[in-house]
Ligand binder design. Structure first.
Ligand code: SF4
Ligand code: FES
Length: 248
């Protein structure tokens, strides 16, 4: 296939960015989207030009590093899929594909398609550890947790911190991400002791990072590669209201 690419180029955080046109020739339908970008970069390097900067690590949907908006959709057109799991067979010969970075005040562009996602790390850090003394390791079966609860907690823990939920939200809200982290710990007995301190601190940190609020658009859920449901946001709000009532 031959594809026309429109790619966001930006030399640095304060530089002015612009979409630039590239052509990707001899693209195999079996290539992943990132492999296609690798091939384009090899061509640019051979010509002595600056390669397109983009983030990736695991390339199998588990690290959350590949943060690209493809044709206006965070992580591209396939549901429940990161952009590293997107394959070129999803496109047609001659297609024009626009590739941009996440756009949110709290995720400044580092270069081209690479953004600084450290705001998420600071939210996680604000949540803190489970610091109560839980004693020695117990036999797993001595703490009985209903299957439905453990599975909901596990589903929340599936969040890979990619930030697509922020990129898709018109308010650049981090509520889906924060609520996944809050839910994961608040649902399990080990995390319940500090649930109110945790939810208050994480929401305060998200606010101070410049993420917006939630207006129930559902765009976050639609693009989330791990299909984290927005019911987590309702749970986080309940946790937060309870935290305000108990004064923690
Ligand atoms: S909630 Fe989904 S979209 Fe948001 S950071 Fe987690 S995995 Fe990514
Ligand atoms: S590179 Fe790790 S999720 Fe895409």
């Amino acid at each position: 296939m031959r594809l026309n690419l429109r790619i966001w180029r930006q030399a640095g955080p304060t530089a002015r960015g612009r979409l630039e046109d590239y052509s990707a020739d001899n693209v195999s339908p079996d290539m992943s989207f990132l492999e296609m970008l690798d091939v384009v970069n090899e061509g640019l390097i051979r010509q002595g030009k600056d390669a397109i900067a983009f983030d990736s690590d695991c390339r199998e949907g588990i690290c959350g590093a590949c943060s690209l908006v493809v044709n206006g959709i965070a992580h591209g057109p396939d549901r429940g899929t990161t952009v590293c799991q997107l394959h070129m067979r999803r496109f047609k010969d001659g297609d024009t594909i626009t590739v941009e970075p996440w756009r949110a005040k709290a995720f400044p562009v580092v270069k081209d398609l690479v953004i600084d996602r450290s705001a998420f790390d600071r939210i996680i850090a604000a949540g803190g550890y489970v610091s109560v003394n839980t004693g020695g390791a117990q036999d797993g079966n001595t703490i009985l947790i209903p299957k439905e609860v453990s599975e909901t907690a596990m589903d929340s823990a599936a969040c890979i911190g990619c930030g697509a939920c922020v990129a898709a939200c018109k308010n650049a809200s981090a509520h889906l991400f924060v609520s996944a982290k809050v839910s994961h710990l608040a649902l399990l007995p080990q995390g319940r002791q500090e649930r109110y301190r945790r939810v208050t601190a994480m929401i305060a940190q998200a606010d101070s990072e410049g993420f917006g609020s939630c207006s129930n658009e559902g765009e976050c859920e639609a693009v989330c590669p791990k299909e984290i449901p927005i019911s987590n946001i309702a749970r986080m709000t309940r946790e937060y209201v309870k935290a305000l009532l108990v004064g923690d």
